[in-house]
Design a protein around this ligand. Structure first.
Ligand code: NDP
Ligand code: BG6
Length: 513
């Protein structure tokens, strides 16, 4: 069943007692939810959104009356949309099962409307089609803006027009990037709020829907053993690491305008940092959690150029195979200085974290794919074992690792005696490997987030003041990098990234895990 079983469904202000979990469909006979994926012809829609909607349908998490519409300029029929998306749907829940019946039922609930993003007439036609499917029931509408950001506002203008005539709610999931800096982000928020209230805007950061990121608060606040250690008294540094073993393949045009700091650090890694470092919230309500995140973000020091290293991947040949440089991508301007790698040292100036470096590292075209949080604890005071047996515990301090992906795990490095008559210490892991402990497949982040948006649960979405606080940390640095035309350190495709990252860590007496 749903982890939220028994919670109530917030209807933009009104509380509606609605049971969660696989029964949700049968309880909502008078309501209908219409989900419109705007930009349905695009990469994200095909790769993530439709498969996530199908997975929710498969597990009976969608209400009984629901319709999915794709909207984009491409001219497609309903059947062509179904044909396209059917290629990416999988029987995720149980691979042994043949879910073709379920898939067919789902596809029959999917429709397509072709229209321009700035055309009110086209949105009016969509509205008519939605009304037809809604059959006079209380109509709740969710629009997923899976489109480039320059057309967010046009779409919101067109799609929100009919909202006031509906009895149900209308919500918009807005994909990143939310601007390029503080000013453009505020401007985007201002424009969206001309048509929407803050309660209608669901700014998505899909890292918040990842199982181990969601589990961070459980780890901290539902276990006695960690929270007392969660401060400068015991933690020497925290590392937030993102790496991909492929380049910007196919997304170079988008990427060149943003770079790795905006693409990964300012959102995904900073969100993890906020959840990691925030104080205990008053409750698990969305506003209480987001209040704590805002506080910790506002306590952070503005990032300085001295505390940042930027890199860009260059071409590389390995085993007879050649890998392209970032600037080989035809959609990337020649001589681009956009970083595809960055490392940064961040600080939180509050009582809990004063002086503790939070090191972030994010890069594309590195030697492996992964995302993890590494918490390095201080060394054991007194050095009892070093004095007696020469064992160097400085090299083997405790480390807690939360491996967000792949192969999700939480493990704690401890020092242990090697069994035997001699006194030798060994660093070993207390290991919670998800695939062994929880054999069931972990839902994709987009499933959790789509379900939350349908249920009006805002805990995992970004509030506008959070966004402002996040941009305030990075915007001056981003401006300086661009104004000074800082040249990124080149690193070979498939390598561990620029050596500058190691010097940055060493400056704070830290080694990357
Ligand atoms: P796409 O570039 O594939 O764009 C989606 C659709 O928008 C296209 O199919 C196209 O549809 C329309 N479109 C594209 N460019 C323009 C344009 N210049 N003007 C008008 N319409 C345009 O984007 P993605 O699907 O990759 O991403 C969608 C959103 O999600 C973006 O905001 C992106 O930053 C974000 N995102 C994407 C991720 C990914 O992995 N792809 C990951 C995280 C976030 P048509 O021509 O049919 O109208
Ligand atoms: C997106 C970035 O937000 O996250 C991409 O725009 C990146 O550049 C992606 O590849 C990584 O997401 P995941 O879930 O595959 O780690």
């Amino acid at each position: 069943g749903s982890p939220l079983a028994g919670a109530s469904w917030k209807d933009d202000g009104k509380e509606m007692p609605v049971p969660k979990g696989p029964d949700i469909g049968s309880q909502l006979t008078e309501n209908t939810v219409s989900i419109t994926v705007v930009g349905a012809s695009g990469d994200l829609a095909k790769k993530k959104i439709f498969p996530a909607l199908f997975a929710l349908y498969y597990e009976d998490y969608l209400p009984q009356h629901f319709t999915v519409f794709g909207y984009a300029r491409s001219k497609l029929t309903d059947d062509e949309l179904r044909d396209t998306i059917s290629k990416t749907l999988t029987c995720r829940v149980d691979k042994r099962e043949n879910c073709s019946d379920k898939m067919e039922q789902f596809l029959q609930r999917c429709f397509y409307h072709s229209g321009q993003y700035g055309s009110e007439v086209d949105f009016c036609e969509l509205d008519n089609k939605l009304k037809e499917k809604e059959e006079g029931k209380t109509a709740n509408r969710l629009f997923y803006l899976s489109i480039p950001p320059n057309i967010f506002v046009d779409v919101v203008r067109g799609a929100s027009r009919s909202a006031s005539s509906l009895k149900g709610w209308t919500r918009f999931i807005v994909e990143k990037p939310f601007g390029r800096d503080s000013e453009s982000s505020s401007e985007l928020t201002r424009c969206l709020k001309m048509y929407l209230t803050e309660e209608q805007i669901f700014r998505i950061d899909h890292y918040l829907g990842k199982e181990l990121v969601e589990n961070l608060s459980v780890l901290r606040f539902a276990n006695l053993v960690f929270e007392p250690l969660w401060s400068r008294n015991y933690i020497r540094n925290v590392q937030l690491i993102f790496s991909e073993d492929f380049g910007t393949e196919g997304r170079g045009g988008y990427f060149d305008h943003y770079g790795i700091i905006r693409d990964i650090m300012q959102n995904h890694l900073l969100q993890i940092l906020a959840l990691f470092a925030m104080e205990t919230p008053v409750s698990l309500d969305a506003e209480d959690i987001r209040n704590e995140k805002v506080k910790v973000l506002r306590s952070m020091r503005v990032l300085k150029l001295d505390d940042v290293v930027v890199g860009q991947y260059k071409g590389h040949t390995k085993g007879g195979k050649s890998f392209p440089a970032y600037t080989d991508d035809p959609t990337v301007p020649k001589g681009s200085l956009t970083p595809t790698f960055a490392a940064a040292a961040l600080f939180i100036d509050n009582a809990r974290w004063d002086g503790v470096p939070f090191l972030m590292k994010a890069g594309k075209a590195l030697h492996r794919r992964g995302a993890e949080i590494r918490v390095q604890f201080r060394h054991v005071p007194g050095n009892l074992y070093k004095r007696k047996f020469g064992t160097d515990l400085d090299k083997a301090t405790n480390e807690l690792v939360i491996r967000v992906q792949p192969n999700e795990a939480i493990y704690l490095k401890i020092n242990n005696k090697v069994p035997g008559l001699s006194m030798r210490l060994d660093s070993s892991n207390l290991n919670l490997l998800y695939s062994e402990r929880y054999p069931r497949e972990i839902p994709d982040a987009y499933e959790r987030l789509l379900l939350d948006a349908i249920e009006g649960e805002r805990r995992l979405f970004i509030r506008s003041d959070e966004l402002d606080a996040a941009w305030a940390i990075f915007s001056p640095l981003l401006r300086e990098l661009e104004e000074k035309k800082v040249v990124p350190e080149l690193y070979p495709y498939g390598s561990r990234g620029p050596v500058g990252a190691h010097y940055l860590a060493a400056k704070y007496n830290v080694r990357w895990g």
